[in-house]
Design a protein around this ligand. Sequence first.
Ligand SMILES: NC(=O)c1ccc[n+]([C@@H]2O[C@H](COP(=O)([O-])OP(=O)(O)OC[C@H]3O[C@@H](n4cnc5c(N)ncnc54)[C@H](O)[C@@H]3O)[C@@H](O)[C@H]2O)c1
Length: 256
Amino acid sequence: MGELDGRIAIVTGAGRGIGFGIAKRLCEAGAEVIIAEFRQELGDEAVKSLMDSGHKAHFQQVDVTNAESVEALAQAVKSQYGRIDILVNNAGLAEIGPTETFPLDKWNLQIDVMLNGVFICTQAVGRVMLEQHKGVILNISSIGGLGAWPMRSAYNSAKAAVISLTENIGCEWARRGVRVVSVAPGVTRTAMLQQLVDEGIASLTQYNNRAPMGRVAEVEEIAKVVQFLVSDRASYITATTVTVDGGWTAWGNLPL
Ligand SMILES: NC(=O)c1ccc[n+]([C@@H]2O[C@H](COP(=O)([O-])OP(=O)(O)OC[C@H]3O[C@@H](n4cnc5c(N)ncnc54)[C@H](O)[C@@H]3O)[C@@H](O)[C@H]2O)c1
């Protein structure tokens, strides 16, 4: 028996990376997971991999910035299963550059996917959860939302706003059976990180040196905290952010 047996979960951006790791972990705990992913090929691949391991997973193509697409997702899941137990707002992308020349379209895309997308999904799925007086919404923020990282104005502004959104909606819905929590991962080994390394924008060696534990996080280390937070073991946790960064934000001295 898994602690999430029979729960219906939607994970956005679950085609790869942290989202896929979360989907896998929720499946292993017994949940049936909808991979709500923008890129068809990633969604198909993710579902195949989960089903090959004996899990229950489905792909629904979704653009979290498009309210109609998200409403269609919420209604499809509700009509198929009668309820939605868990929503993980994970979809994201990283665009980095100097603020003085940062293109407005890149700013808008980051805010659209990682802030407006969280709001749109929370609103559509939240309405279903409020009707059933039960549900958990988990937002993926970042340590970037907790402190300054030059060249990342758009990304970090979106992630800081997600922390605020979590607190606001968490309190607003606290007496209506819906918990809203957020996780702020530290630097985590994913394709997003690899892309920044490949582009010469980030250095894994520098990240490892900066991290008090001497290494970046593995996806599974984020996913297992998410499993706890969406489970009944976290029944009194809402409107707050859990930082999973190996001490990164606490550290204030020169590299160890
Ligand atoms: N990797 C890190 O170091 C790190 C650290 C802290 C927080 N995060 C956050 O974790 C989340 C996942 O990051 P990751 O490293 O796994 O990234 P990733 O790029 O590997 O995965 C992100 C996924 O989101 C999907 N996506 C993008 N736009 C979408 C849209 N409009 N609609 C639906 N899906 C969309 C992508 O197709 C991709 O599959 C992001 O929110 C990211 O900001 C990552």
